[in-house]
Design a protein around this ligand. Structure first.
Ligand SMILES: *Cc1c(COP(=O)(O)O)cnc(C)c1O
Length: 223
């Protein structure tokens, strides 16, 4: 019951235009089913094979979002069904996704992941790298992928003003890129940011997809 209540509470709390992505990585099928029965239809996973196994076991009207780091040799396991890939951080990856999408006659929606937090991680494009990718790489020629927005993780800190500043920077970047490259493309409209600890701030700063895991499902059990 806990999961259903959390889903319902969150959905009633989110403003219009903000989508709830339930991050279900490491959660058992029964937990996803409970969220589904409470009306949830967007789930996010971080491991491609885990997502594929869950997709096979659960109802077909679920939109599966991949929020983890993409390993190119595993794209083939999700190319037939994934609905949105959140963490694209190179042109090379975009090209690989394009190749697999073409085999299934699909156009796969992708977000560019921006490295905005203070943490030292190897994932995500620096702001300047993102500008350069869009300015110089032939991404418009990739007919089977579509860039529909940006994704980021805020810093893992108690300093919420720090996190707010990062989300604000993301919104500015989003607006800049929208105007420069996607002015005629209404499909470029997603800003994926905000997790259990910082989603209210992300929403205030313009998020359109909040990615919430532990608040819905409780703590993850890492096996
Ligand atoms: C795990 C994860 C989340 C959800 O985190 P919670 O703090 O449990 O809400 C969101 N986004 C990404 C990319 C994640 O890996």
């Amino acid at each position: 019951m806990y999961i259903a209540e959390q889903i319902k509470r969150l959905r009633s709390e989110l403003p219009e235009g903000v989508n709830l992505l339930a991050i279900s990585k490491y959660q058992p099928i029964e937990s996803l089913q409970e969220a589904y029965d409470a009306g949830q239809r967007m789930f996010g996973e971080n491991h491609i094979q885990e997502m594929a196994a869950k997709a096979a076991a659960l109802p077909k009207d679920i939109a599966w979002h991949f929020t983890g780091h993409v390993q190119t040799n595993k794209i083939k396991y999700m190319a037939s069904f994934v609905s949105l890939i959140h963490a694209v951080d190179s042109f090379r990856l975009l090209r690989e996704i394009n190749k697999h999408a073409a085999k299934h006659n699909r156009v796969i929606d992708c977000l560019l992941q921006i490295h905005i937090a203070q943490e030292d991680t190897k994932y995500g494009l620096m702001v300047q790298e993102c500008r350069e990718l869009l300015a110089h790489e032939p991404w418009r020629e990739l007919e089977n992928v579509r860039i529909v927005g940006l994704m980021a993780m805020g810093s893992n800190t108690d300093d919420m003003e720090q996190v707010r500043g990062e989300f604000r920077q993301m919104k500015q970047l989003f607006d800049e890129l929208k105007e420069t490259y996607f002015a005629d493309e209404p499909s470029f409209c997603q800003l994926s940011e905000g997790m259990t600890d910082d989603y209210p701030i992300a929403i205030e700063e313009g998020s359109t997809i909040v990615r919430i895991g532990s608040m819905i499902f409780g703590d993850r059990v890492y096996l």
